[in-house]
Design a protein around this ligand. Sequence first.
Ligand SMILES: *Cc1c(COP(=O)(O)O)cnc(C)c1O
Length: 416
Amino acid sequence: MAEQAGPTWQDDAGRDLVRSFGDRMAMFVRGKGARVWDAEGREYLDFLAGIAVNSLGHAHPVFVEALAEQAATLAHVSNYFATPPQLALAGRLKRLAGTGESGRVYFGNSGAEANEAAFKLARLHGAASGRTRILSLKDAFHGRTMGTLALTGKPAMQEPFLPMVPGVEFIDSTIEALEAAIDDRVAALFVEPIKGEAGVMPLPDGYLESARALTERHGALLIIDEIQTGAGRTGEWFGFQHVGITPDAITVAKGIGGGFPIGALITFGAASELFYPGTHGSTFGGNALGTAVAGAVLAEIERADLVANAARRGAQLREGIAAIGSSLVAGCRGQGLLIGVALQHPVAKAVVAAAQEQGLIINAPNDTTIRLVPPLTIGDTEVGEFLRLFAASLASVEDALLLDSAAAPVSGAVPA
Ligand SMILES: *Cc1c(COP(=O)(O)O)cnc(C)c1O
């Protein structure tokens, strides 16, 4: 119970924190740009950015000033009232998402809350038109709450918490599977433009266009989860904007707050009229503090043209990774600064550990994929430094594999 009962921070974490996250890999005390420092003063290049959250990097002056200024002005008043930063952010999100006049925004405090709202939107649409089916993709990730877990296509994650909220069916990520599954009893289809947690897995070419046509034909909502792909990360403001479609709703979180917890459901057209007074709410959602910070973060992404930077630096990273010529690397998936490096062997965790040794923070959504989601602000210096550290990390794991003669190529490796 004592604060800092010690002897080490690992002891404190192991005793006091919920066990669902496993052992913490380090304890960070400070960050600046794409760098973080641990309790021993060691510096790391941060290419995880809090899992695609710190769009502007750490301690960006725009983030710091917006937070301090709004905290000193008005932090929270509840949703009985409006505030200028809330209205400004709603307008900005509508403009960036391209909803036009008829769009509306619901604010929550996380990705899961944004998707919970989207699930309720789907139920309202279903209730109004006699539809009970909701389609989601196998291997999709939409969150950890009971509602969003029901949308998450990972049986192992659901299993300890059965029964699930009913009505959700999981289909393969192919146009054929969607064609076979959809009918007039489907209320909504949920999709991620790139399945981030599944290992940065893109949808097949033409999927979103077909999904739009099929959902429209059958009167179902197309709800796109942009929580990981949004806020400019893929080289467009939102992933769906790489193809010329208009969804019925998108959900955003992670990168829009730059480190402040905020999420939102953005609706388009007729879907904007489904929620009516009393059907949903949140005490903290859309408070002045969070919306001021997210507004400032998005304004800075626009001002500094970081969406274009994400596309450019993403291409530079892909080229550089290919040029390393590591026998461990099969190739890269993803778009912009959402990159999945596919490995030839299930050694992703060893690569992550080797990188940390080198002073580089990256992560492994599965055994054969390294995920790179650095701040959108990175430039030549960070790209160069990353490539040097990543090459060294791969080389040390390659050496270990050569020593371990038992290691054989794995047939289940995810292709690039
Ligand atoms: C992270 C994520 C979520 C969940 O967001 P939380 O803020 O952790 O609740 C949902 N969907 C996708 C695609 C995500 O990447």
